[in-house]
Design a protein around this ligand. Sequence first.
Ligand code: HEC
Ligand code: HEC
Length: 255
Amino acid sequence: MKRLALILIIYAAHAQAQTLAGSGPISGYDFMEPTTQQLQDDDFINPAFFLVDRGLALWDQPSPTNSKSCGICHQDIETDMYDVSRQYPKYDTKLSKFINLEMKINSEIVNKLDASPLAPGSEDLLALTSLIGLQSRGLPMASASNAETQPWIERGKTIYKTKRGQLNLSCADCHQDHWGDRLRGDTISQGQINAFPIFRLIWGEVGSLQRMFSWCMNAVRSEPYNNDADEYLALEAFLTKKAQGLAIETPGVRR
Ligand code: HEC
Ligand code: HEC
């Protein structure tokens, strides 16, 4: 990747930015080509549904150690997991920890199935995350404003505004100050997180929110954090707040 190729190429896309400005958060969906939007719109052709199906199989798969399954306790996924993913990240009173949905799923696997946790970013964890996320599709993103969440939001905001990498750009430089502008093949969106996990055409597969963060960090030539880093959890908390009101699209499709 040549450094020059990464420098922002500003087109005359300001007109679009101006019409949309001031109307609250805008989904990355609105920045996609119609052909990409159509892939997301139809569950039968949305390539991310391959993982939802995988999630359904895992849901009922008995644990090798105690032969329990998610489905034994949470009988009807559509009612029992309705509106659940939307609550995350949140402070879990049982675990006494601020966690995201992936961490909750893993704690269920460890504590209730007596099995080993799934690796962050692994296909099985993405599958269960997509399946549970789908049960909140269409509901508005929401962020808790309690005392346990607030410090994470603040920390995420600082990370979001910190310039980094050889290109010395912050998340805000692109997604807050330059959305609507063109960067190589992409129109820069507001970097909203209402569609994750997403099938990304340039990846050719479904990826996690943390993978996207790392992709953006690589784009400015900075060292990404680990998938399970507190920094990413803080970014997730801040971006959940930023996306408040946007309809959840999980599982989304992006370029
Ligand atoms: C050099 C510009 C640039 C910087 C800096 C940058 N990104 Fe991105 N980001 C992109 C591009 C390009 C895409 C893909 C097109 C789009 O959705 O904007 C993207 C996509 C995203 C998406 C996916 C949006 C969706 O609708 O699925 C998220 C989330 C995101 N970025 C978060 C971040 C975060 C967090 C940071 C800071 C750590 C960051 N970005 C820094 C350019 C940037
Ligand atoms: C032995 C029964 C049992 C099994 C097996 C089980 N769960 Fe749970 N699960 C519960 C109970 C009870 C709660 C509520 C209390 C808590 O959070 O621990 C819960 C909570 C959850 C929550 C949080 C709900 C919320 O409102 O925040 C998620 C998500 C979840 N389970 C997913 C799973 C998944 C995925 C599996 C399989 C990998 C699984 N559970 C297996 C009993 C179970």
